[in-house]
Design a protein around this ligand. Structure first.
Ligand SMILES: [Zn+2]
Length: 326
């Protein structure tokens, strides 16, 4: 509700006090309205049960259904390298491009997550920039047919570089090319749950999959508790968060339930553009290093604070994940 959001920000100036100031004996569970932009990486798909183009079409419809049902204005970040699969030919490629078309047809925005999902920490800057450029043409053309421009970039692995000169040089290059960096404040391990979830379904173990999914929802509540508290500690107020999730089977099945839980936490879903208007995103940030971490942790470091540890997935999930990687 935009009106509510306005009250939260400007209430003391514009609205009658009675409608804005919380009553002194407010119920303890009442929470302020908070705002959240939801982003999905690794489009068109990652950690799915079936990777053929027909199944991916069904998967994409199911994933997007979560967003439309809950009115979440999602931004999806594409790896165009996934649009070309050996042996599928031009027909397969067209079917994969059509998956991206589904996102745009439903009104969602697409951004660039590089062509091949390599790390800025590992590639020379020229090669990394070339991978960004290579990741543009299909997405930019699709958006162009809607009169829209490709404008957001998301770093693979959230790797921003190992030295500040490289980080700044790349950011300047991105900006000159018309991109805005899409930061993440609520990073999490959904990809770990998703890998275990998809493997369980592939192995015909739906009960395990359900157990993993239930643990995922509990874990995400802890992740939100953590980042809300960190925002309060750093900024003395809630910030407009940016959540990172992945375009995987787990979220196709459970994102709706996650969104319901977030609504219960009093979140309203806003566009990435609106989230980034929060002045928190202009905070000092000179983080570089091998860890791909939340911008909350970037800012924490810039404020001279020691890094606080975000929640971990339960052991049965991480153990199954490690086993699956061997
Ligand atoms: Zn990614």
């Amino acid at each position: 509700m935009p009106a509510l959001a306005l009250c939260a920000g400007l209430g003391l100036l514009t609205a009658p006090a009675a409608s804005v100031n919380p009553a002194p004996r407010q119920a303890p569970e009442a929470r302020p309205v908070r705002q959240l932009a939801v982003t999905f990486d690794d489009l068109p798909a990652v950690s799915v049960v079936k990777g053929d183009t027909v199944s991916l079409g069904v998967f994409t419809d199911r994933l997007l259904e979560n967003f439309t049902t809950h009115a979440v204005p999602v931004t999806g970040f594409v790896n165009e390298g996934k649009l070309t699969v050996a042996g599928e030919g031009l027909e397969g490629q067209a079917a994969r491009v059509a998956l991206l078309g589904k996102w745009l047809a439903k009104g969602f925005e697409l951004g660039n997550h590089t062509y091949s999902h390599r790390s800025l920490n590992e590639l020379p800057i020229e090669e990394f920039e070339a991978d960004v450029v290579r990741g543009e043409p299909v997405t930019a053309a699709l958006m162009g047919t809607q009169g829209r421009r490709l404008r957001y970039f998301r770093h693979p692995f959230l790797h921003v570089g190992l030295d500040l000169a490289k980080r700044r040089a790349f950011e300047a290059w991105l900006s000159a090319r018309g991109y805005t960096v899409a930061p993440v404040t609520i990073d999490n391990d959904d990809y770990i749950f998703a890998a275990v979830y998809a493997a369980a379904l592939k192995e015909g173990a739906p009960e395990t999959a359900h157990k993993v999914a239930d643990a995922y929802l509990v874990y995400m509540s802890a992740v939100f508790d953590f980042h809300e508290a960190l925002a309060q500690s750093l900024f003395g107020r809630p910030v407009r968060h940016v959540l990172l999730l992945h375009a995987n089977e787990l979220n196709a099945d459970y994102a709706g339930r996650l969104f319901e839980r977030l609504r219960q936490r009093n979140y309203e879903f806003v566009s990435l553009e609106k989230a980034l208007e929060d002045p928190a995103y202009a905070s000092a940030d000179a983080y570089v290093g091998r860890w791909g971490i939340s911008w909350m942790h970037h800012w924490e470091q810039a404020m001279g604070r020691p890094r606080t540890g975000a929640p971990d997935p339960p052991a049965f999930v991480t153990e199954a994940y490690e086993k699956g990687r061997k």
